[in-house]
Design a protein around this ligand. Structure first.
Ligand SMILES: NC(=O)C1=CN([C@@H]2O[C@H](COP(=O)(O)OP(=O)(O)OC[C@H]3O[C@@H](n4cnc5c(N)ncnc54)[C@H](OP(=O)(O)O)[C@@H]3O)[C@@H](O)[C@H]2O)[C@@H](O)CC1
Ligand SMILES: Nc1ncnc2c1ncn2[C@@H]1O[C@H](COP(=O)(O)OP(=O)(O)OP(=O)(O)O)[C@@H](O)[C@H]1O
Length: 476
């Protein structure tokens, strides 16, 4: 015991520089009367004292100190992030103040309102509200959080030719200030990696998809969720797709049940353990598979599980919008083709493709303020009230499967956003924050992979970049 105490003291007096040398909290706990040993004396003393300890004890102490150092690191990191958040919030508040002043200036010089005409305002533009809130609205129930900025309700405040919506939206969507505003919110939702958690806590994601033709898509989605930081990734696919998907990776849990007669019951058994489901990558369009997918969506909704719908899952939504309509934890990730199909199914008229943002907003509203991610040259993310655009630089390489990386990683981001404390997203809809995280990450992966592989870039190369892209965006 004495020996242990002595050894502990010696150990903390001589911290292993690799483990704790860079953490001030640990350093400040050193006894003041013992100045750090000189580099010439350190090795000899350490060696002598350590000789009294068994290797096991030495390892135990080393692990103890590493854990302490890790805790210190996260504490400091948390403090740093809080300071950073505060600074950003102040900056944001100043920006809003400036925008309000601009709005007032424009409003005061705007042309007189034209006489009412027979042409009705588009139905999705709510009542005009001239006042832009200066401070963030108070935080509400995170299932129905108030909008950070209700863009739609500020439409047209600045008069013809210059919409307030446009003015405000710019601060979110263009240049670095937009990214700066939302990235910290994404960061707030990312669970820290600590030794205090058990397997599964950072996410168990289910992918519903994978059939004879398409085995790559569910694999890309499932592995992306894992690489982003989810702990377990399940793929529920058809019987013949399962061995193929398993052969791509031992990391995935693959259930060959999607085309079995009791598919829904088989999958439902797992639902209580899943934190989010991604429906559609490589699902195919066979009636029986779509019917099973529909039932899984319904049962996930009953449990309040975030549901991300992509690819062939969107084919199903275009045929039966009610399957997801109005579900506040639902996120759709259409490419332009899928978006057009959905829009035309909901509005029964051809899409006017001159204003993607407006169309996306309209579709979201028609679907009960569901969050939509319209992918393209810039990604448009909207819940009908707010619009974010992600224009993180990607590349010109458009290989198949990038959307699967996006939807799979969104599975993890959505779980984190919905399970974060309500102030983490500062009142912004968690779906928007999660979608912004996933789109920025996908684009950054694309950019980095392209930098290395040029025209040979494939989705597998992008997946290789997830760790470093994630670090760059959310951990630096
Ligand atoms: N390795 C795998 O296993 C992969 C499997 N995947 C799986 O494949 C399944 C079907 O998905 P999908 O996207 O190919 O189907 P669908 O909606 O019919 O589109 C077909 C046509 O739409 C068009 N088009 C597409 N994008 C457009 C755009 N942005 N803007 C405009 N047009 C656009 C384009 O038409 P084209 O240019 O050829 O005339 C295209 O040919 C689904 O399960 C998915 O997960 C993929 O994930 C990839 C990796
Ligand atoms: N023109 C573009 N410029 C830059 N990035 C783009 C462009 N089009 C799509 N992307 C990005 O590629 C990613 C996937 O979008 P894409 O339109 O390829 O999806 P998808 O067709 O559903 O993919 P998949 O091949 O997996 O089915 C998104 O993050 C999106 O931002």
């Amino acid at each position: 015991m004495n020996l242990l105490k002595r050894a502990t003291f010696i150990f903390s007096e001589q911290p292993l520089s690799l483990a704790i040398g860079s953490f001030p909290a640990k350093q400040s706990s050193l006894p003041k009367t013992n100045p750090p040993a000189t580099s010439s004396s350190r090795p000899r003393r350490t060696k002598k004292r350590f000789a009294n300890m068994s290797l096991e004890k030495l390892m135990e102490k080393f692990l103890e100190q590493s854990m302490e150092a890790e805790d210190n690191f996260y504490r400091l990191e948390e403090q740093r992030l809080q300071v950073e958040d505060k600074r950003r919030e102040e900056e944001h508040s100043r920006e809003l103040q400036m925008l309000q002043m601009l709005g007032q200036i424009f409003a005061s010089i705007r042309m007189p309102s034209p006489a009412p005409t027979a042409t009705p305002q588009p139905s999705f533009i709510p009542q005009t509200n001239l006042t832009v809130p200066l401070a963030r609205p108070s935080l509400g129930n995170r299932n129905h959080p108030p909008a950070l900025i209700d863009f739609a309700s500020h439409s047209q405040a600045a008069g013809p030719g210059l919409l307030m919506e446009e003015v405000i939206e710019r601060s979110f969507s263009l240049g670095t200030s937009g990214m700066d505003n939302v990235i910290p919110l994404v960061r707030n939702t990312i669970p820290p990696l600590t030794s205090k958690k058990h397997k599964g806590q950072d996410g168990r994601i289910g992918i519903i998809g994978g059939c004879q033709e398409y085995t790559g898509a569910p694999f890309f989605a499932a592995i992306s969720a894992l690489k982003v930081g989810a702990d377990l990734s399940h793929v529920f696919c058809t019987k013949d797709a399962a061995p193929v998907i398993k052969s791509y990776s031992p990391e995935l849990i693959v259930h060959p049940v999607l085309d079995s007669p009791n598919a829904v019951e088989e999958i439902e058994k797992w639902l209580p353990r899943l934190h989010s489901v991604v429906v559609g990558p490589g699902l195919g369009r066979e009636d029986m598979l779509l019917k099973n997918a529909k039932e899984i969506i319904e049962r996930s909704k009953l449990r309040g599980i975030p549901v991300i719908i992509d690819a062939d899952g969107l084919w199903l939504v275009a045929k039966e919008p009610s399957v997801i309509q109005g579900y506040q934890r639902g996120i759709l990730t259409p490419n332009f083709m899928e978006f057009t199909r959905l829009y035309e199914a909901m509005h029964h008229e051809p899409l006017d493709s001159s204003d993607h943002k407006r169309s996306a907003q309209q579709l979201s509203i028609a679907l009960g303020h569901l969050t939509l991610v319209l992918k393209g040259e810039e990604d448009i993310i909207t819940d009908g009230k707010n619009i974010l655009t992600c224009s993180q630089e990607g590349s010109g390489r458009r290989c198949g499967g990038q959307g699967d990386l996006l939807s799979g990683s969104l599975g993890a981001f959505a779980h984190w956003a919905f399970s974060s404390p309500s102030d983490a997203t500062k009142g912004m809809n968690p779906s928007l924050v999660a979608a912004f995280g996933a789109t920025s990450l996908t684009r950054q992966c694309n950019r980095q992979a392209f930098h290395k592989h040029g025209r040979s870039t494939t989705t597998s190369d992008m997946i290789q970049e997830i760790n470093s892209a994630f670090k760059k965006l959310f951990e630096s």
